[in-house]
Write a new protein. Structure first.
Ligand code: C2E
Ligand code: CA
Ligand code: CA
Ligand code: CA
Length: 276
């Protein structure tokens, strides 16, 4: 009816305005100094040994002391505007610097995982950017893992496949993020340069009663293992889930069961306590 129509236009307009506002603000924050973007870290645990293998870098936008915007709310705008290119490079730089600082403190992690957007892979001279950051920070390539979403990889793009191959040849590890949500064909999986599959959190069975969910996740793990890929499960929140994963030979786990993403200085304390 008439009222509904008015409601929708008002809603649409306010969404469009919101989108414009966020883009304008992003442009400001990126051009100013990028200092409002902070990187949080979440540990990745080796299930058989219990050791901390690494951490995933997850960006937050601290727009003011009281206002922190989660990545889901601004990464899409950063991608639409191309601002993800300078922002992504800064996140990579900060992640390498923090990792090296942890290394100096004797934390002994194997690697840091950084999320990479499809836009970065397609539009920036991504390989050059990565090489430049590694050289500038003196970060060893084998300590860096890049997480690329499955949906990005499924766009059968030769350029992307070739960039990933060159990164891997440098010693950088490649993980497929959100695996299971993008309908990859097995043939394609085998032809891509991949070290690790990261199973999407929607595949994590809630409890022992969800039998069909269990079948799903255990078959994804054995599929990956048969392709000689390591598996990391994300969104691990309970002991039950960790045990199910361990029993089924999943190598790595990440989730609130261990720790939420936290700032670098807290992460150092967390690791030191965990190792005690
Ligand atoms: P993602 O890469 O799939 O990251 C995992 C998300 O799950 C993170 O949300 C993390 O905080 C959350 N999480 C971790 N453990 C648990 C758990 O046990 N339970 C539940 N329910 N959630 C858990 P976050 O940090 O809000 O990031 C959301 C998404 O934003 C990321 O999804 C990623 O796609 C994107 N993102 C974050 N940082 C970056 C970045 O630096 N660059 C790019 N391109 N994208 C990023
Ligand atoms: Ca990720
Ligand atoms: Ca994910
Ligand atoms: Ca996700």
């Amino acid at each position: 009816g008439k009222n509904n129509y008015q409601f929708y236009t008002a809603q649409l307009t306010s969404n469009a305005i919101q989108k414009m506002e966020i883009e304008t603000d992003l442009r400001r924050a990126v051009s100013e100094s990028l200092e409002e973007f902070i990187v949080f870290y979440q540990p990745q645990i080796e299930l058989d040994s219990g050791k901390i293998a690494g951490a995933e870098a997850l960006v937050r936008w601290q727009i003011s002391p009281e206002r922190r915007i989660p990545p889901d709310h601004f990464i899409p705008a950063a991608e639409n505007t191309g601002l993800i290119i300078p922002l992504g490079k800064q996140i990579l730089r900060q992640s390498c610097l923090d990792f090296l600082c942890w290394h100096q403190k004797g934390l002994g992690l194997s690697r840091i995982s950084v999320n990479v957007s499809m836009i970065q892979l397609l539009r920036s001279p991504f390989l050059e950017d990565v090489l430049q950051v590694l050289a500038e920070t003196k970060m060893p390539a084998h300590c860096l893992e890049l997480e690329v979403t499955e949906s990005a990889l499924m766009k059968e793009n030769e350029q992307v496949a070739s960039v990933l191959k060159q990164l891997q040849d440098l010693g950088i590890q490649i993980a497929i993020d959100d695996f299971g949500t993008g309908y990859s064909s097995l043939g394609r999986l085998q032809n891509l340069p991949i070290d690790r599959l990261k199973i999407d959190r929607s595949f994590m069975p809630k409890n022992a009663q969800s039998i069909s969910d269990q079948a799903l996740i255990t078959s994804v793990i054995s599929l990956a293992n048969n392709l000689n890929l390591e598996v990391i499960a994300e969104g691990v929140e309970t002991e039950y889930q960790a045990e199910l994963l361990t029993k089924n030979h999943c190598q790595l786990a990440q989730g609130y069961l261990y720790s939420p993403p936290i700032p670098s200085h807290e992460f150092v304390k967390w690791v030191e306590q965990y190792n005690q």
